[in-house]
Design a protein. Sequence first.
Lengths: 393, 250
Amino acid sequence: MKKALIIMAKEVRDFLRDKGDLAFSLLLPILIFGIFYGAFGGNVGFNGTAYVVNEDPGGKYSALLLQNLGSYKGLTIQMLSASDANDRLNRSNILLALFIPQGFSANLAADQPTQLTFKQRGNGGTEGEIVTSMVEGAADSISQELQIQNNVQTAVSNSGISAQQINVTVQQFVAQEQAAPLLTVQDVTTGNNPDPVNQYLPGIMTMFVLFAVNLTAQTLVDERRKGTLERLLVSKLKVGELFLGKFLAYTARGFLQTTILLLLAYAVFRIFTPVSFLEALVIALIFAATCSTIGLIIGALSKTPNQATWISVFITMVMVMLSGTFVAISPGSVLATLSHVSINTYANNAFSALFTHGGSLASVWTDIAVMVGVAIVGLVISRFLFRVTEGGK
Amino acid sequence: MTEEFVIAKDLHKSFKDLKAVDGVSFTIEKGEIFGLLGPNGAGKTTTIRILSTIIPADNGEVTIGGYDLKKNPDAVRGIIGICPQELALYADLSAFENLIFFGRMAGLSTKEAAQQAMANLELMGLADRGKKGKVDKFSGGMKRRVNLAISLMGHPELLFLDEPTVGIDPQSRNNIFETIQNLREKGMTILYTTHYMEEADKLCRRVAIMDGGKIIAMDTPHALKSQIGNPEHVTLEEVFLKLTGRSLRD
């Protein structure tokens, strides 16, 4: 154990001495987070664009539809020509376009059925699905208004009231209803806001700790390549002590990285209570340990620095993508199932629970148990896979 | 009466189809410098790796300092030191820090490691530069001397020197050469491999010439030279080339 601690102290000292390494590993996560915060800060609602081809220019109801769409918060309307829309759809430059057909207003005025058309790539993307819902809502509103108007006209057709008078009266009632609707929807927020800090901080923290698996792997490959490994093992150092030392060193490194970001979050964004901050540190420590063992497994498997780099890149890419760091993963989807193989998923879940849901260590114990399990099993596997040299111990 | 400090009997080691060591047997007496010579790929480094507990032999027995290598590898590690062919040191540390670190790994206390580190750096002519700057900035010769100084940490009874003077300037080579002579005078047992035949001739009491994983000749340099002519006029290199041939090996 004593020798493991000496190895750990040497590795940590090397890390702290290397100003470039220190700057990249500590400042880069802060910089990336700053970029995300700047890009998305303060704007958590929907922001999207409805691409519209209006083949019914000057029509009463196409204008009304566009007016209704324009009233949606966060929705921008961009008018396109049909050829431009088709071209951009073909190039996947846009994923969905709304086509208002020729004679749209005239048909509606004549009480004839008419149809709006969505042209889309695949399912139109998440933004497209939301825009579709908004258009359907706006179209429904017009349709209902027209139906009420027609129904009233039919019901009072023998009363001697003119059609124009009926229309004016119905529109007055509709306007009153819209101004003071009987049925309203109320948004009730529970817990903290899902602001950019809460949304992106866990993913960015865990991503950078995971990136360090390459460094952990390289340290073993380097020791073997330079011959220091043989020299160390000819001294009375046991391979287990070497692994423990490396494990502790890179756990400490990952923990330090995460702690800096957590301190930043604590001081600047005030998303913690003292207790939840300490709980976040515990999760950070466990996650750093888990990443260390993944690095040791890669180092044990790799014979050259390049092998270690490529295996690490592949693993970190897959784990970051599957953990929903940048793209939200829908519950119940195939990605949601696959995300269970990413260790970042468990860390992100645990951090998110603390940040946004007022969770505690007890409430994320399954995520913690998975990470601890991977760390222990990973440490054993890496030792089992490790060979000092071909034919060696 | 001489004491056999190293006894290697019928060692075999193969890597897939390659027989790297094929029935090697020899003994080294306590306080002796024993030379292991041979062309590249002869099996010298594999033999050292077996003796220094890094890789196990497929067959054969080794006793070092009375300890059976298979049964008691930890005890063997406690009395050996190795200076590998590669510069096995940490470029980001100073020479002094390298020595301290490997000394601690050899089981020395911080104080003992510091004392031995200073003594070894002085021995290698590096006392002035030992604490100044990273080893990375040292010349090739200085790095070689640090490499040797590290292997002396913990005062090993048996030292494996795997080509310790390769690729360095005459001054550094001379320093290492003199250091090895000093160590011999202090009674250290040394297994020495080199491609410089005149070094082996001057330093080693006996040499074994390996080729193709086997020992093809083993005797004192004088006796080996006598086999092909007048030992006063024949060089060990001539003996070596006669026994191993002139064809290139790599």
